[in-house]
Design a protein around this ligand. Sequence first.
Ligand code: MG
Length: 236
Amino acid sequence: MRRAGKVVREVLELVRSVVKPGATTLDLENAAVVRLKELGVKAAFKGYHGFPCVLCTSVNSEVVHGIPSAQRVLKSGDIVSVDFGAVVDGYFGDAAITVPVGEIDDRAARLLKVTEASLHAGIAAVKPGATLGDVGAAVQGVVEAEGFSVVRDFVGHGIGVHMHEDPQVPNFGMRGHGMKLKAGMVIAIEPMVNAGKPEVQVLGDGWTAVASDGSMSAHFEHTVAVTPTGARVLTE
Ligand code: MG
């Protein structure tokens, strides 16, 4: 899974380098496809329940599952969330980043910073004997202290020989509640954070989830193994 995670990280960093005003979200997809071909690695999302691309690219108020498009031109001030999964020798890795396009305003910058910090707070809560509620509460606490909202309709997940395995890993919860973590488990922690209210809706394409109030939304994700001493991040 670490090998899959390394590929995921490499592709995400490549995509980050392609993000600039004037690029389309299909340019990001194409860069990822070329690199995957060179590596001989299979993408996890393409074909998953019919999803058409290797990346999910979600711009501004789009939360997750946006479809790369030649029509979607990035402009300065946008933020773009990029979610990517890969499978190496049957094992999956899954991670996401949100990238600023050109110059973004202070509120958008704070949204990115807080969402990434909430992911790291969730990771810091991972250890044997901790609960999924401990992880969710850690994420939620960071987000809500800054006046932002945790999306409830999508959650993290177990990951291994499938991209999505049990258990669900919510980005909210109560300390001490939920399944206990054990060494050897691997989970994807993936806070989706709206600058406004938490509600989301899915557009007519059947995929793209957007913040119902039109506020900006950010998404950061890592695949995280539970070890005897704490968390090991497999996608850094
Ligand atoms: Mg995921």
